[in-house]
Design a protein around this ligand. Structure first.
Ligand SMILES: Cc1ncc(C[n+]2csc(CCOP(=O)(O)OP(=O)(O)O)c2C)c(N)n1
Ligand SMILES: [Mg+2]
Length: 310
């Protein structure tokens, strides 16, 4: 693994790549070319970049509707993602899945769902399959703080702990479920509570710090590969944009602009402007190519309506 300044730059590049793709989505959105609701990861990129630094191609990730960052960090094709958002035939699911259901099984992105918490038990099933087939493979499931309020989350943690399955439960805690804050919703602390199931848990407070997230994920994944037992990582993070859509929603009154600005003041993608300038031209060129690929794609026709459905 690369270290020091080279590692910082590479992780920064990956996080910036994701942010710039989403900023392009924001720019394109008013044109109505994107045929899909979008839940942007802007502000949360360090989580995906940190964990994917230590994942192998054969490791599996199960993600959420806020999935652009994980899809790209795990190696999903950017042009095919963009074409998918455009609803075109050359999209990764021929335009039928949209932004909320990204998948790229060839690189281990096993899929996402709009139903909160619904990929958690699927990830545990995949970890059980890996155990039974004696595969050296970890299932990583990423979910939001809101998903921990679902029954399936608790069933999955209990089952994975009981059968000691090679699974990493990775909670992206942005403190919000749509417009509801943690204080309004939860009587428990996520990491502390997961210990009830006998799982080792770690909480990372500096979720903007991709190298720190990478360091912790590296240690935890090494431990899972070593003994095949499940673990939990909770990362505090910050969603900069509205819950769904390309805009901001401070007018909704559930949080202040100052709160988000305090987070941005620590975020290297906002503060290290020299490195942004240096990396931007190559990334912009890659993103422009992805957009051109999407725009060149054919729209599905009536004949496509029932293909790949069953
Ligand atoms: C089972 C289910 N209940 C409710 C919803 C409506 N809903 C969509 S997103 C969301 C918030 C989820 O919050 P969290 O898990 O923290 O993820 P975040 O959006 O913050 O990334 C809710 C309640 C849903 N999609 N599925
Ligand atoms: Mg949340």
């Amino acid at each position: 693994m690369i270290a020091g300044v080279a590692r910082y730059k590479e992780m920064f590049r990956q996080a910036l790549r994701i942010r710039l793709v989403e900023e392009k989505i924001i720019e394109l959105y008013p044109s109505d070319k994107i045929q899909s609701p979008v839940h942007l990861s802007i502000g949360q990129e360090a989580v995906a970049v940190g964990v994917c630094e230590h994942l192998r191609r054969e490791d599996l990730v199960f993600i959420t509707y806020r999935g652009h960052a994980f899809y790209l960090a795990k190696g999903g094709s950017m042009p095919q993602m963009m074409a998918e958002l455009y609803g075109r035939r050359n999209g990764m699911s021929q335009g039928k899945a949209g932004s909320m259901h990204l998948a790229a099984p060839d690189v281990g992105v096993m899929g996402a769902s709009a139903v909160v918490g619904s990929t958690i038990s699927v990830a545990v099933g995949a970890a059980l399959a890996a155990r039974l087939k004696k595969k050296d493979q970890i299932s990583v499931v990423c979910y939001g703080d809101g998903a921990t309020e679902q029954g399936t989350y608790h069933e999955a943690l209990n089952f994975a702990s009981l059968y000691q399955l090679p699974c990493l439960f990775l909670c992206e805690n942005n403190g919000l479920a749509v417009h509801a804050t943690l204080a309004e919703r939860q009587s428990y602390k996520i990491a502390e509570h997961a210990r009830v199931y006998g799982l080792e848990t770690i909480r990372i407070e500096d979720g903007w710090d991709f190298t720190k997230v990478g360091d912790v994920c590296g240690e935890v994944l090494k431990a899972i590969r070593g003994d095949g037992r499940p673990r939990v990582i909770e990362v505090l993070t910050c969603r900069y944009k509205e819950h769904v859509g390309p805009g901001e929603d401070y007018a909704a009154g559930y949080r202040s602009h100052a709160e988000v600005q305090a987070w941005m003041a620590k975020d290297p993608l906002c503060t290290d402007t020299a490195l942004v300038q240096a990396l931007r031209p190559a990334l912009d060129a890659e993103i422009d190519e992805a957009v051109a690929f999407a725009e060149a794609g054919a729209m599905p026709g009536i004949d496509d309506l029932l293909t790949d459905v069953l």
